[in-house]
Ligand binder design. Sequence first.
Ligand code: SF4
Ligand code: FE
Length: 488
Amino acid sequence: MNKLMNAKEYEESLRKLKLKVYMFGKRVENVVDDPIIRPSMNAVAATYEYAHKPEHEDIMTATSHLTGKKINRFTHIHQGVDDLVKKSKMGRLLGSQTACCFQRCVGMDALNALSITTHAIDEKYGTEYNKRFLKYLGYVQENDLTCDGAMTDPKGNRSLSPAKQFDPDLFMHVVEERPDGIVVSGAKAHQTGAVNSHEVIVMPTITMREEDRDYAISFALPSDAEGITYIMGRQSCDTRKLEGLTFDRGNMFYGGHEALVVFDRVFVPWERVFMYKEYDFSTMLVEHFAAYHRQSYACKVGVGDVLIGAAQTIAEYNGAERASHVKDKIIEMNHLNETLFCGCIACAAEGHREPSGTYQNDLLLANVHKQNVTRFPYEIARIAQDIAGGLMVTCPSAADLASPEVGKWVEKYYRTRDDVPTEHRLRILRLIENITMGTAAVGYLTESMHGAGSPQAQRIMIARLVNMKHKQKAAKELCGIEKGDQVS
Ligand code: SF4
Ligand code: FE
């Protein structure tokens, strides 16, 4: 029977994992209850909780093409344009409810890209990767698992290919082949949601050539497989989470995380290997995954919704909401945010069916969308900081507001209106601080820049995918250089 886990069941399922996690130089014994990690677990838990809300069921759940049963959309293989559009709406919905990275999209995008690529490899080489993959997918859907889609290798010297690096482990590679499987070594960097995942799905990070055959591998492992170590990434202001539930954390409930995931001679059984030295399919896997994940940046539209709401609120608290320049700035924020939404809906609406039956979003429009994401959240954040004013970074702590000695001064001098408690003003400022320069800025800003590929990666794809000949032909015909079908 398929289960549709709820938040509590998800949390309990994580407690069963034996992850080897390090943070601040020490082993984290209780990952789920760690105060710094827990908000990120809460954010993934929201992907489970919302699947149980009747008003969001249509967006958050789907029908498995394998079993016909209801599943969480994060484990679904897109069966039509409608599924792709709902995926974008799901991203915005969850972004607007958590105001951070909810981490589960990467695995969904890896599953969909592999459904296409394993099918294509089999067509060319007569292999059985797709059969293996579908069996694995059935297991993921059946148990409603969260998968970490692991693509980004450390990459070492950028001017050298994987096989030419001074240290072979700088790209994930096979170190031993056994009758029952392979042994791999390497690492994946910046892994979103890694320690909140049940599974890790590894993919190559760039186009591989023949000399890189040992690096052209894709496979899945349980996240607590022997030989995997997680080293947590730091975030700006992360230790505020150690101060208890004070409003200084800005977002009281949710957060994201990234980690460096090290694979030290890890065994992978053959049934979990989905690409093995077929270097000529690495580009396909990378590009399809990238297009899906660039669409997934619908999440930033949801976070933008929260930031715009916060900017409007602080403008009202400050008594500045009727100033024409403030109104115009809010309009600009909305314009930019909805333009982002246009992009992730458009690349979904222009999706097409691949030979495997999976629907792929439009690659060109997905890249254009992600290129906008590398810019617009920064501008939205700039305007939010403009409207918020300097107090966002100079206001005293929640403890000062609560202090029997100085609390009355903070209360008195940071009060703007008699109908707005000072605490409310400070809370909304801390939220803006969190999204634009605190822990959530990792997801809203830097990840918008570099996640799913840095800006230049999209520009290369845009240059490759636009139909320049078609544009030139139209121009040349209309000015009479070439003959076309025009009426005379
Ligand atoms: Fe999903 Fe957005 Fe986080 Fe990427 S950044 S995993 S798309 S929520
Ligand atoms: Fe990402």
